[in-house]
Design a protein around this ligand. Sequence first.
Ligand SMILES: C[S@@+](CC[C@H](N)C(=O)[O-])C[C@H]1O[C@@H](n2cnc3c(N)ncnc32)[C@H](O)[C@@H]1O
Length: 297
Amino acid sequence: MTAAEPDWLDLRRPADDEARQESLHLLDDAVARLRDGTESNSKSLLAIDIGAGTGNSALWFDAALRARLPDWQINWILLDSDQASLGLAAKALPHARTICAPIDALPTLSTELLTTSEFQGSKLLLTCSALLDVLTETDLTAVVRSLADHDGLGLFLLSIVGGWELDPAHPHDAAIDAAFTAHQHRDGRLGHHAPDRLISLARRHGLTALDGPSPWRLAAPDDRTSLSRFLSERLDAAVEEDPALASAARDWWTQRRAQLDSGLRVRVDHLDVLIDATDRGRQTSTVRATTPPTGQK
Ligand SMILES: C[S@@+](CC[C@H](N)C(=O)[O-])C[C@H]1O[C@@H](n2cnc3c(N)ncnc32)[C@H](O)[C@@H]1O
């Protein structure tokens, strides 16, 4: 596991927040499902932001949930395997609890938490943002198991799905993209296959899974600083993966850097996933529509 650099997490936050505007329909859906599956006297939520980093994603989820669930008690756990990031997250969300642990510990952790007197009877909500691509099959299995074990809901946002479009295009775009994609799959990481893999695993366990796009859209010169950092990080990863690209990468970067002043637009594709384990009982007793609505696979 490699921790993300805190300054990069802060730099990308405005682009993340803007992209998450397109995630709101899934958040609204999750809130409706929480309300549906809850008796009127037990409005308590145990929300665990997995891969919480410095807390930026939890801040977004917290504000969006409190606006929609004003009559609920929302308890936050921020989970990450990087203690330094969690130190910053604890300052950003003083009302949250932090736990330094790997995601594959989630089934044990969620059971331990939900059996304490503090959280007994609470609904489980797992959240994350910009995380799934670095996870392995073992991690995703742990996520699905935790949801299935506790009839929980999961909202997993801004997962890279491969595909970025640069305007204007450059002849080296495809080679750099291919090397970056290979880098994303190093050491058993699922890279841009992770969201689809999560959906398949969830459905195999009989859980409902919905999805929707939430692309990043950046344009220079306005987004010059974040775009410059984003492109240089992708380029470094591509060259690390394929050192033979070094010379092409230098040419590419010279042109791209000039375009940061003259004009460059980038779209990065993401997929959001909502998993609902709260309606398993209802699913088995109800014949469901065979044609999924838009956005449902
Ligand atoms: C790109 S950052 C996203 C941080 C935050 N969600 C945000 O949007 O600002 C991914 C975070 O996931 C954490 N992480 C990655 N793999 C992990 C794992 N297997 N277990 C626990 N944390 C992990 C990293 O330490 C990092 O803080």
